[in-house]
Design a protein around this ligand. Structure first.
Ligand SMILES: O=C(O)CCC(=O)C(=O)O
Ligand SMILES: [Fe+2]
Length: 318
């Protein structure tokens, strides 16, 4: 397997910029659905152009992101979570360039405001409104793509239950610029564990995705409002391994700080991830036993989970 970054190659670019593209059954929807499926089969991810997030909103989100990272460490550390990487993570030994701040339940009323009130004693309505609006709008893209995936496998009857049982985490990340020439790992290669992840990177690029042959491609945004939509492990498991998570990492090359936004969808507490019967046949034997997302996540961070070549298989593989 190569650890070298390959040439920047183009991922499929799918256009979700018309309102019809997110309307079930529209001709845009029906035309995008097979393209989503094909891109995910081939790459586990694709680039989505999504005008529903206008440039001024994106700009405001990045200003809010910079503002929160500029706060004193003691303030940021007040954003705690019992779940790993859901609260504040700062300059950990393995990846000293990296700092991130999670907002769990970001689409649930008042959560962002509560965080803003913790971070800024007098509150910060601009921060709250901006972040809430971004997460709300972008979660529509998550729902659209997951519905299309389910329809493409004939799993329509599960859609409402899935969508209604979804929580969102928004993770704001900052990678400090290098003080040395060359390149450095900003975030180690990994696959996300949740349902699906939608990433956006600001001007400083650095996200790299691993293709099936093991080579790395640099993600270069085609337009300022283009996002990477990635399948994560739990969705791959629910689909009995028919689609798989993409391994990705961040490489840092310059002195400038890099900012990124990750919207992570995952099942609510108590939701059982169970492979639907339709996904199992002679050609596709059952791969995973039913599991709870939170238990899988906890297992992943144990010594055994970290040591396993595939934590998901070690946890619930048949
Ligand atoms: O910063 C990025 O572009 C990637 C972040 C990421 O992969 C993650 O937070 O899981
Ligand atoms: Fe990730």
């Amino acid at each position: 397997m190569s650890s070298q970054s390959g040439p920047s190659s183009k991922l499929p670019l799918l256009d979700f910029s018309t309102p019809e593209s997110t309307k079930t059954g529209s001709s845009e929807w029906e035309s995008l659905k097979p393209q989503v499926r094909k891109a995910l089969e081939e790459y586990g991810c694709f680039e989505a152009c999504f005008d529903n997030i206008p440039s001024d909103l994106l700009g405001a989100v990045y200003r809010s992101t910079e503002e929160i990272f500029e706060l004193p460490l003691a303030s940021k550390q007040q954003n705690v979570s019992e779940k790993p990487y859901h609260g504040y993570v700062g300059h950990i030994a393995q990846v000293p360039l990296y700092e991130s701040l999670g907002i769990d339940g970001v689409t649930v009323g008042e959560r962002v405001e509560a965080l803003a009130n913790t971070m800024w004693p007098q509150g910060n309505p601009t921060f709250s409104k901006t972040i809430e609006s971004y997460a709300e709008k972008l979660s529509e893209l998550d729902k659209t793509v997951r519905k299309m995936i389910a329809e493409s496998f004939g799993l329509e009857k599960y859609i409402d239950d899935h969508i209604n049982s979804t929580s969102y985490l928004l993770r704001l990340s900052k990678y400090n610029g290098l003080n040395t020439p060359g390149s450095e790992l900003g975030l180690a290669p990994h696959t996300d564990k949740n349902w699906m992840t939608i990433l956006h990177q600001d001007q400083v690029e650095g996200l790299e995705l691993q293709t099936k042959d093991g080579s790395w491609i640099k993600f270069q945004s085609s337009t300022p409002n283009s996002f990477i939509v990635m399948i994560s492990e739990s969705l791959g498991a629910w689909l009995n391994g028919r689609l798989g998570a993409t391994c990705h990492r961040v490489m840092m090359y310059g002195n400038e700080a890099r900012y990124s936004l990750g919207l992570f969808s995952f099942p609510k507490h108590g939701f059982v991830i169970e492979v639907p019967d339709q996904m199992v046949d002679e050609e596709h034997p059952l791969q995973f036993k039913p599991f709870y997302y939170e238990e899988f996540l906890s297992f992943f961070y144990t010594k055994t989970g970290q040591a396993a070549p595939c934590a998901l298989r070690a946890f619930c593989g048949v």
